[in-house]
Every structure is written in C-alpha cells, then in structure tokens.
Write a protein of this length. Structure first.
Length: 258
C-alpha cells in the first residue's frame, strides 16, 4: 500500500524524516527541474521563467511546447541563450499532442533527481516550488493540493469536483493509492520513478490528456511514498486563454478507468 501524508505543512510521520534546512545557507535547487508544458503562452512564459529562475538558484526548466502559433517558442529560446538551465523542447512535429505527452517527453531529457510539473500561467504558485522540492527528499510523489474555494469558473469547478469524486471511488475500489486532490496538475516526482514508469509502461499513460497524476497513481508500484503540499485554490488566469475543452473530461475519465 502507498503511504499518503501531509509532508510540509504538518509534522512528517512514519517514513518521513524531519526536514532540516540551514537557516544561514541559501538553498540551491540544482537537483530540481521544472517541466512547464506550453501552448500559446506568450503572455505568461517570459514572466514565469524569470520568476522561477530568480527565486530558485540553480534550478533547471524544460519547456515542452506543443506547437504554439504565437511567440512562445521565441521567448523561451531567447531566455535559454542567457540561462543554460532553461531548455526548449519543440514538440510541434510530434504525432501525439497533449500535456501528459509533453511531460513524458520532457522527463526523459531531465538529468536532475527531482521533477516538478506545473502550469506556466501562474495558476500554480511559484512560491510553493521550494516546499515541493524539499518534500521530495523523503517522498516519491508530492501532490500540490488546492485548499479553499478561490475564484474559479463554475463549470471547471464542477467538473473538477466530479472527477475527484469518481477517481477516489474507482481507485479505492481497485486498491490504488489516492490523495486529496486527484485532479492536481501541480506535482513533484522522483525522476527515477517517472522514467521507470515511462520505460516500462508508457502505453498506460493517456498521453493526449492532462491528468498525469491519475496515470501515475493508477500504475505505480507498491511502496510508493506519496505526500501533499497545500496551496490556495488558484484564481482565474489573468493573461492568455485556458486550453481546457470538453474533450479533456473524457480523456481524464480514461486516466481513471484505463
């Protein structure tokens, strides 16, 4: 059975050792890579890259772009010229498109022991990256869990709650691990775990979808250590357009029942 615990905002228990970070030495994040999939995010990606790299010294960022028709790719390329830890993965000619496919392709190019996948539109808080990275010292998967109601589109909120309820019921019935936000797209992973799942069972992922966490929880092995980091429920995006479509709900359900 997989262990699920709060791991930062509460005292670590059982398998988790207390986290001891120096109060005097600044943290270096050269052990962590951010994967931020993009599709037409020209209004957000430049600010996102600047915010992440400024706040977290040594961190790497891979931006798998799924064929943007705006200036997203150019912005990332320019940023990579001034920071070698920023890399663009151009997926415009790939046969399969989707957030999960982008994350899987990017993960195989990662050379750090930790991966954090998140949106580049600031709906996932940059200030929680450090807590997720630290939690991966004692965990295999760290789930960013939305807390509070926030300001969200009613349709998206209803669909999200419905998906969480269905996935919890199905996963518990099947004896699979669960967490408090099964629909989360803000998560940390040990690189070795994710690469192992990709190499051994890539066909089990719903690559056209965007619920990588559901796929991982469905296929991960016994003993996987899972914990949670809470963050305020994200607001509606301030810039750019959401890529959420009705078809994503069907793909999410495939990630539950496949």
């Amino acid at each position: 059975m997989c262990i699920t615990n709060p791991c930062i905002d509460a005292e670590p228990i059982n398998a988790f050792e207390p986290y001891k970070k120096s109060a005097t030495m600044p943290r270096n994040y050269s052990d962590t890579t951010i994967i931020a999939p993009t599709l037409n995010e020209e209004e957000n990606i430049g600010g996102f890259l600047a915010a992440v790299t400024k706040r977290y010294p040594g961190i790497s960022v891979v931006v798998p772009d799924d064929g943007s028709s705006d200036s997203t790719v150019g912005i990332v390329r320019r940023a990579s010229r001034t920071n070698q830890r920023i890399r663009l993965l151009d997926r415009s000619r790939r046969s399969v498109h989707g957030v999960t496919a982008s994350i899987l392709d990017a993960a195989m190019a990662v050379r750090t022991p930790k991966i954090i996948s998140m949106d580049a539109d600031f709906q996932h808080p940059v200030d929680k990256i450090g807590k997720i990275a630290d939690a991966l010292d004692g965990s295999d998967i760290v789930v960013g869990v939305r807390a509070g109601r926030g300001r969200r589109n009613l349709y998206r909120m209803t669909m999200s709650k419905g998906l969480i309820a269905i996935s919890l019921a199905v996963f518990k019935l099947r004896g699979r691990p669960t967490c408090n936000d099964m629909a989360s797209g803000f998560l940390g992973m040990r690189t070795k775990l994710l690469k192992g799942l990709i190499s051994s069972n890539r066909k089990a992922f719903v690559e056209q979808g965007n619920k990588t966490l559901l796929d991982m929880l469905r296929i991960t092995g016994e003993g996987t250590r899972i914990c949670e980091v809470t963050y305020p429920n994200f607001p509606e995006r301030k810039r750019g357009k959401s890529k959420m479509k009705a078809g994503h709900i069907l793909l999410a359900l495939m990630s539950v029942i496949k």
